[in-house]
Design a protein around this ligand. Structure first.
Ligand code: SAM
Length: 463
């Protein structure tokens, strides 16, 4: 603050400032701005006047000019908390997310206990697609303000967007859990409790805790979704197994023997089978694990998985998979955009079988490499109807003779759903005839198509 500037008595500048504040208080932003500018020209109490000026300018809708005044203040006081927070707010309002984020990050660093600033940082992180960091940040907000309903809701919204809906029913799937526990027990009986175990895809930590409960002492488990890994770490500790189990919040492809896991694993446990077998990238993950992370003679659980299916008719599913007329218009061309597959929610969807069970694709999960495959198969039709597609389920061979299946006859609404693989067009079929299908996989999806496409082997030069 200069006591006297450019020969102008300070009293006069002080009066101008008072007038500016009166205009400001009265909501006369234009006159307030003029008077603040005069005060600023007099170099009088600049660090007090700049926030007021920035705020009236912003009120007048001149956002970039407001940012300019906040920047001017920051050039004098780089750690001015209000300037950082307000500038961040203006940048956010005008869609400049990256710049807003850096303001909020610096501000949060300066005021780690300021719930508003941390909340703004969390919102900007979420909007920038940095969901995991947003989850952590909203967690901080909630520790500062346990009753903050918005932070609580945002935390739930983001977590549920990261964690798929099937995770809870999967954990509640006693039949699945018991099969894995039995298999883990067998493997430990063979290799002993000091065997090095690698569990890829921690989830809640369930499979690792089964191994630990069975006495295993050297378990490393990795989880690609950091938010899930953090919760798993807490669950493992709460259950008293954190001495035996190391949880790593990273994808298996980022693990290294000697760094993350002391030695190549003697037992690999991994349940990363999606309902349609392949969508969780099981083939690349197992191949990578075999190449780098497990011993040559490691026990692999599960050792194999097969996608099974049957041809089905269903009016309900037909209405989800194909369209012809809508309100008198022919919209059948939209079928070119129809879904490739639909999850079937157990008994909620009626369908009837038109064929016996057949194999769609079978995977040896112990092998070093898997090629895409496609083969022509003639399926005998056992009932007449209009085939909408193939309902598919899984048969998972865990170890020895322990097999889990979610065959639709005996398994509804467990962790795994059955899946309808939609035919491009509904296909009327007669009992006693055969339907020729092309069946196989491209390593990440199952393929179910009517024959008629030449059965060319699938070549993917990129793999
Ligand atoms: C189907 S859940 C199984 C969770 C737990 N193992 C169980 O059986 O309850 C699979 C988990 O593996 C994680 N995952 C999938 N591929 C992974 C990989 N390559 N590395 C680490 N985690 C992975 C997913 O994020 C998901 O949480």
């Amino acid at each position: 603050m200069n006591d006297e500037t450019a020969g102008k008595p300070v009293n006069s500048t002080r009066l101008t400032l008072e007038r500016a504040m009166q205009f400001h208080g009265a909501g006369n932003w234009e006159r307030a701005e003029q008077h603040y500018l005069e005060v600023l020209l007099d170099d009088y109490r600049s660090t007090d006047v700049l926030p007021l000026l920035a705020s009236v300018v912003a009120n007048r809708g001149h956002i970039d000019r407001a940012i300019y005044y906040w920047d001017t203040l920051l050039s004098i006081e780089p750690h001015h908390l209000n300037a950082l927070a307000a500038k961040g707010g203006l940048l956010y309002r005008t869609g400049r997310l990256t710049d807003a984020l850096s303001c909020f990050e610096i501000a949060a660093g300066l005021a780690p206990h300021d719930a508003l600033i941390r909340n703004n940082l969390a919102v900007a992180l979420a909007d920038s697609g940095r969901k995991d960091e947003a989850i952590i940040e909203f967690g901080h907000v909630l520790r500062l303000q346990p009753d903050n309903v918005n932070a609580y809701h945002q935390l739930r919204r983001l977590s549920s967007a990261i964690v798929p809906f099937w995770h809870i029913p999967m954990m509640n799937d006693t039949r699945r859990n018991d099969c894995f526990e039995l298999a883990i027990r067998r493997a430990l009986a063979i290799r002993g409790s000091s065997a090095q175990i690698l569990d890829i895809g921690t989830g809640s930590g369930l499979l690792s805790m089964m191994a630990a409960r069975e006495g295993a002492t050297n378990i490393v488990t990795c989880e690609a979704v950091p938010a899930i890994a953090r919760v798993a770490q807490e669950i493992v500790a709460e259950n008293g197994y954190d001495e035996q189990i190391t949880v790593i919040g990273r994808s298996s492809t980022g693990l290294f023997v000697g760094e993350d896991i002391p030695a190549k694993a003697d037992i690999l446990i991994s349940e990363i089978l999606s309902s349609d077998l392949l969508a969780e990238d099981v083939l690349s993950t197992f191949e990578d694990a075999r190449r780098r992370l497990i011993a040559e003679d490691a026990i692999v659980i599960p050792k194999a998985a097969t996608a099974m299916g049957c041809l089905v008719a269903s009016e309900t599913l037909a209405a989800y998979s194909h369209v012809k007329m809508a309100s008198g218009f022919d919209v059948s061309r939209f079928n070119s955009l129809a879904p490739l597959r639909l999850p079937i929610h157990g008994t909620m969807t009626e369908w009837s079988r038109l064929s016996n069970d057949f194999e769609i694709a079978s995977l040896d999960l112990t092998s070093a490499a898997h090629e895409p495959e496609l083969r022509a198969v003639s399926i005998p039709v056992i009932a007449s109807g209009t085939a909408v597609g193939v309902v598919q389920w899984m048969q998972v061979e865990l170890i020895d003779d322990i097999v889990f299946t979610n065959h639709p006859d005996g398994y509804h609404d467990g962790g795994w759903l059955q899946v309808l693989h939609v035919l491009p067009r509904p296909m009327p079929v007669e009992a006693g005839s055969v339907v020729d299908l092309l069946l196989g996989h491209d390593r990440s999806t199952l393929i179910v198509l009517p024959a008629g496409f030449a059965s060319q082997p699938i070549k993917n030069e990129l793999r």
